[in-house]
Design a protein around this ligand. Structure first.
Ligand code: SAM
Length: 286
């Protein structure tokens, strides 16, 4: 295995070693547990993802792994061994831990056997040039981690090209959001910008901004999504889109509703918009 040979270079010191950990007070475990705090995730630039399949996918997509944690019971399983070898080869640390330690790291009674600590990846909006047939989702101050995770997963499934977090948003790399993405966190380019930067970007991007609004005059099904790349702009769960953002949109779209509900859930509204905007691009044959 080529990776393994490269790994030999990292053979000394703490990096690249396989460590056995059974104590909850182990300092490395404490650092990993601290990743439940946004502050610690930001400072370290890392986050945690659970599950063997997710870790395999992430490595395949080129994400940088800092630490691999696996349960003693998973030792010797071929896929786990392969992932461990790759982690070592890439200069990461491998920890073999007791189930008790794994439970405390993931805060779950029946934890996944494998957990990876990865480096966060953010894309730069000032480097983005939207192309024809590309769709982006821009979220104004999204608050709910479950909504954000569901939106990232749905954007991935609909073939969108990125999710842009506008203003103060919930952290896409929180454990709850990463869980809700079901792995799509590793497939969806993420951007985060202040409102002013988003406005500047949308003016010069060449894309059409379709904002969704409960007061939107246009039925979302009447918009032409083919001519230009599209940015679907979605409002905050509580307050909806502020005027400043709504005014910047090329179209203000509304999803017609019946019944008692005032509005759709943000993630549901985003899904409806995504699959309409990309309807001409999605097919069972592709
Ligand atoms: N109370 C908020 C309001 O007055 O705007 C409700 C916000 S709604 C829960 C969250 C976001 O989902 C909205 O800002 C909008 O982007 C989108 N949304 C929900 N239902 C919609 C609909 N029927 N038409 C267009 N957008 C909708």
């Amino acid at each position: 295995d080529d990776d393994f040979k490269t790994g030999a270079r990292f053979g000394s010191g703490r990096v690249g070693q396989v460590k056995e950990v059974t104590s909850l007070s182990n300092p490395i475990i404490k650092d990993i547990k601290a990743l439940t705090n946004k502050k610690d995730r930001e400072e370290s630039g890392t986050f945690m993802a659970e599950g063997l399949k997710l870790v395999i996918d992430a490595l395949e997509l080129g994400w940088s792994i800092r630490t691999l944690v696996y349960a003693k019971a998973a030792k010797g399983k071929p896929l786990v061994e392969q992932v461990a070898a790759k982690t070592v080869a890439r200069g990461g640390l491998v920890l073999e831990v007791s189930e008790k330690v794994l439970s405390s790291v993931t805060r779950r009674d029946n934890p996944q056997m494998v957990v990876g600590i990865f480096e966060q990846q953010w894309q730069r909006l000032d480097h983005l040039v939207p192309e024809k047939n590309q769709t982006f989702v821009a979220l104004d101050r999204v608050r709910d981690p479950g909504n954000l995770g569901t939106i990232i997963r749905t954007a991935d499934a609909a073939g969108a090209s990125g999710v842009i977090l506008v203003g103060e948003c919930t952290d896409p790399f929180s454990l709850e959001t990463v869980r809700a993405t079901m792995g799509s966190i590793f497939a969806m380019p993420l951007y985060r910008v202040p409102v002013t930067d988003f406005l500047a970007f949308s003016r010069q991007s060449g894309a059409q901004v379709v904002a969704t609004h409960l007061a939107g005059a246009v039925d979302y099904r009447t918009i032409d999504y083919r001519a230009k790349p599209t940015i679907l702009l979605m409002g905050n769960e509580q307050s909806g889109l502020p005027e400043q953002l709504a005014n910047a949109a090329d179209r203000l779209a509304r999803i017609p509703q019946q019944g008692l509900a005032d509005s759709l859930n943000l993630a549901v509204a985003t899904a409806v918009m995504l699959f309409e905007a990309r309807r001409h691009l999605l097919s069972l044959e592709a």
